[in-house]
Design a protein around this ligand. Structure first.
Ligand code: 5GP
Length: 368
């Protein structure tokens, strides 16, 4: 236990769950295609039918069985990408994912996705991203702020409606060639005034070379885009050190760092996106008690709780807070502070940070 247990004990588990749901939250690490609702996936499988690429019964089983190892997760992503290769579906899943986060009281969502070319569907990386923007415009349970103005209800002017700030990160997949990664960075730059704030490096960590994507990441930095990297999901000391040398604005996961890499991470004070459920379900970390959250928390290292893939791991952001409270004995104040501090690590500009800070100040009186 690393904090006051007593406060957590004051709650019944049901009350604690509800408190975590009501807590305003900031999500910094979630992948669009990993956050599709199960019901939507199953519907897409049904509509898709057996077509030689996927067999519905097998896929339904895979979806319900979930990602119980890192390998299984990447097998599932390959299937998801077969199901979501048209503009209408990309628009639909974006709308649903944002609505799900808003319903969970997330007030700022940095949604990441890998722009994809798909000639057969007339899809380019640009048109894929346009479908994402169309999905944001279609959200109807809350107002969406994408680039500093109301996006989906400019006419309504209803100030009582809840609001979620959404910013986008374009992901480079580790298996991409340098030229393709550079295309993604240039696209991010083109879309800087429509809510794109940075670049993520993700994809199967056993595939690809750091040197292949480095030119694109350097370009992103030159162009003023923030960068976050998936780091240390597998043991690869050379790559982990290269990532620390790059000194990105944030790092995701950092599960399997050697002692000296761990010390370096701390001395560089790089904020970490922590994904508890994901790390346990993929068996990257053997048990929650052994999770590095405890050590980072104790050393007051900057970090933020995140979901990674709400669909794939059947989680929500409030569930991640609930899990942290129960597993590490965090009290109300610690939880509130953890949620509030995430504002410091968002890639959006100062005006958004001020707005979020104000939201937390307003909530403080009711929550503590
Ligand atoms: P998309 O970018 O297609 O919207 O979201 C799914 C993609 O995100 C996956 O194909 C994979 O490249 C990336 N992704 C999702 N979860 C993880 C994760 O836990 N680790 C890594 N390295 N990549 C992930």
């Amino acid at each position: 236990m690393i904090a006051r247990v007593t406060e957590t004990m004051e709650f019944s588990n049901t009350e604690l769950r509800e408190w975590c749901r009501e807590l305003p939250k900031v999500e910094l690490h979630t992948h669009l295609n990993g956050s599709i609702r199960d019901s939507t996936l199953l519907e897409l499988v049904k509509n898709h039918g057996d077509n030689g690429i996927i067999v519905s019964k097998d896929v339904e089983h895979m979806i319900l069985e979930k990602g119980t190892s890192l390998r299984k997760c990447f097998d599932l992503f390959a299937v998801y990408h077969v199901l979501t290769t048209d503009h209408e579906t990309v628009k639909r899943i974006t709308k649903e994912v944002v609505e799900d986060f808003a319903a969970d009281n997330c007030i700022y969502l940095e949604l990441r996705t890998t722009p994809k070319n798909n000639e057969a569907k007339g899809m380019t990386k640009r048109s894929y991203m346009q479908a994402v923007i169309d999905g944001l415009k279609a959200v109807d349970i809350v107002d969406v702020d994408l680039w500093g103005c109301g996006l989906n209800n400019e006419e309504s002017g209803d100030t009582r409606r809840k609001k979620i700030f959404v910013r986008l990160l374009l992901s480079i997949n580790r298996s991409e060639a340098t030229s393709s990664a550079i295309d993604t960075v240039n696209l991010a730059m083109e879309m800087k005034d429509v809510g794109v704030v940075g670049i993520d490096l993700s994809g199967d960590p056993t595939v690809g070379q750091w040197e292949t994507v480095l030119p694109a990441l350097k370009l992103a930095r030159e162009l003023g885009l923030s960068v976050t990297l998936h780091c240390g999901e597998v043991r690869n000391s050379k790559e982990i050190q290269a990532m620390l040398d790059f000194n990105p604005e944030r790092l995701g996961h950092v599960c399997l760092l050697a002692d000296e890499e761990w010390d370096r991470l701390k001395s560089l004070v790089i904020p970490v996106e922590i994904c508890l459920t994901s790390n346990i379900m993929t068996q990257t970390i053997p048990s929650i008690e052994l999770h590095h959250f405890a050590d980072l928390y104790k050393s007051e290292h900057p970090m933020s709780l995140c979901t990674d893939d709400t669909g794939l791991f059947s989680t929500t952001l409030s569930n991640e807070y609930y899990k942290a409270a129960l597993s590490f004995g965090l009290g109300k104040e610690e939880m509130f502070k953890l949620a509030q501090e995430a504002v410091n690590f968002v890639f959006a500009d100062e005006s958004v940070k001020q707005h979020l800070t104000q939201k937390f100040e307003e909530a403080k009186g009711q929550m503590l």
